[in-house]
Design a protein around this ligand. Structure first.
Ligand SMILES: [Fe+2]
Ligand SMILES: [Fe+2]
Length: 393
């Protein structure tokens, strides 16, 4: 059983009507100066909800196939125009000393970066590397799943090509980390294997309305996170790592635009269904994709990684509220008037008022964290960086 450090959301939002059905949903709750991570305790696990989209709504996605082809597939880049990990790495085919010189200078650059930065970069890389889990998740969604594994439908084409683009992210970060010699690759690889084996349940219930709300949120979260590791690499003097993280962030942004455009379309065609889906995902809280990470050593590994990311400002509770606020604006949720039932209007009020509420809850949690700091755990050992103690708070 996982302990709960600070759970502002679970105490407050969970008590609202339409409580999320999956009690294992958890949220990273972190603030800038003082770190605190909220991880809800999976006390009792109710049976998972499956196939929650009414069967007739499969037709919505069927009817959108032509639109997806012309409006979503163009967000993909042709393979010929895509960067590949080797473009950013020392060229091993170079038989002169240039290869070794490049590796040496990579190692000299990364030697200047602190261990806590590596903890966050490794956590981000591991999150990317659990890509099979995310493709599996999308292929649980009714009406858009890849029925054969090579289906010609535009939803399936998108999912495969999206996966193929994403696959470069973990590859590149992993090779860069390997060459740096700053991290314990065996422990990292073991964490990836545990994580893919564990999977994830973001509470999307085979429902593409919920699934695309989730992916919209997550792509923006990764855009922010990689953008911040880029900024910090630049500040730390590693311009190439900065370019790598920035390039990955740009992919995430493009993916975010595609997924949030799908939700925008659903809001246009079925405002009530889409509004209820957005509210449902937010009530459950957006589960972080790597929340089940484990290295065979630290049962609170995700919590500890999240705390370091919070402390460094790579991904924070503030970001969570910002993403929500951004999407509410992007989807113009406040302005939607027609086509909402009373439940839909209630969902609209909930979602549109949620970001300020999260910020308020966070302020209270900050106060609690201050007192917790006196008695609480300040550091954790990370196997990824050879069991060095890294400050959490
Ligand atoms: Fe990615
Ligand atoms: Fe992504």
């Amino acid at each position: 059983m996982q302990s709960t450090l600070i759970t502002p959301f679970s105490q407050n939002i969970a008590s609202l009507p339409f409580q999320g059905r999956n009690s294992t949903q958890k949220i990273k709750f972190r603030q800038n100066a003082i770190s605190a991570v909220a991880v809800s305790a999976p006390a009792r696990r109710p049976p998972p909800v499956t196939h929650s989209m009414p069967p007739e709504k499969v037709e919505v996605f069927k009817s959108l196939e032509g639109w997806a082809k012309t409006s979503i597939l163009p967000f993909l880049k042709p393979v010929e125009q895509c960067w590949q990990p080797s473009d950013f790495l020392p060229d091993p085919t170079d038989r002169t000393d240039a290869f070794f010189d490049e590796v040496r200078s990579l190692r000299a650059r990364t030697d200047e970066l602190p261990d806590d930065y590596f903890v966050v970069l490794v956590g981000d890389m591991i999150t990317e590397d659990a890509l099979p889990t995310y493709q599996t998740m999308i292929n649980t969604l009714d009406g858009v799943k890849d029925e054969t594994g090579a289906s010609a439908g535009p939803w399936a084409v998108w999912t495969r090509a999206w996966t193929a683009e994403e696959n470069r992210h973990g590859d590149l970060l992993k090779t860069y980390l390997y060459l740096s010699g700053r991290v314990d690759m065996h422990k990292i690889e073991r964490t990836v294997q545990f994580l893919i084996g564990a999977g994830m349940d973001p509470g999307t219930e085979n429902n593409p309305y919920l699934g695309y709300v989730y992916t919209s949120f997550q792509e923006r979260a990764t855009f922010i996170s990689h953008g911040n590791t880029a900024r910090m690499a630049k500040e730390g003097g590693d311009q190439i790592l900065a370019r790598i993280c920035g390039t990955i962030a740009a992919d995430e942004k493009r993916h975010e635009n595609a997924y949030s455009k799908i939700v925008e379309k659903l809001l246009e065609l079925d405002p009530n269904g889409a509004m209820l889906a957005i509210a449902d995902m937010m009530r459950k809280k957006i589960t972080m994709p790597a929340h089940l990470m484990y290295d065979g050593q630290d049962p609170k590994l995700f919590e500890h990684f999240a705390a370091v990311a919070q402390r460094l400002g790579v991904y924070t509770a503030q970001d969570y509220a910002d993403i929500l606020e951004f999407l509410v604006g992007r989807w113009k949720l406040e302005k939607i008037e027609g086509g909402l039932s009373s439940d839909g209007r209630e969902a609209q009020d909930f979602v549109c008022g949620l970001a300020p509420r999260i910020r308020k809850l966070q302020e209270r949690a900050d106060e609690r964290a201050k007192s917790m700091k006196k008695a609480g755990q300040h550091c954790a050992k990370f196997s990824w960086v050879f069991n060095k103690e890294i400050a959490l708070l």
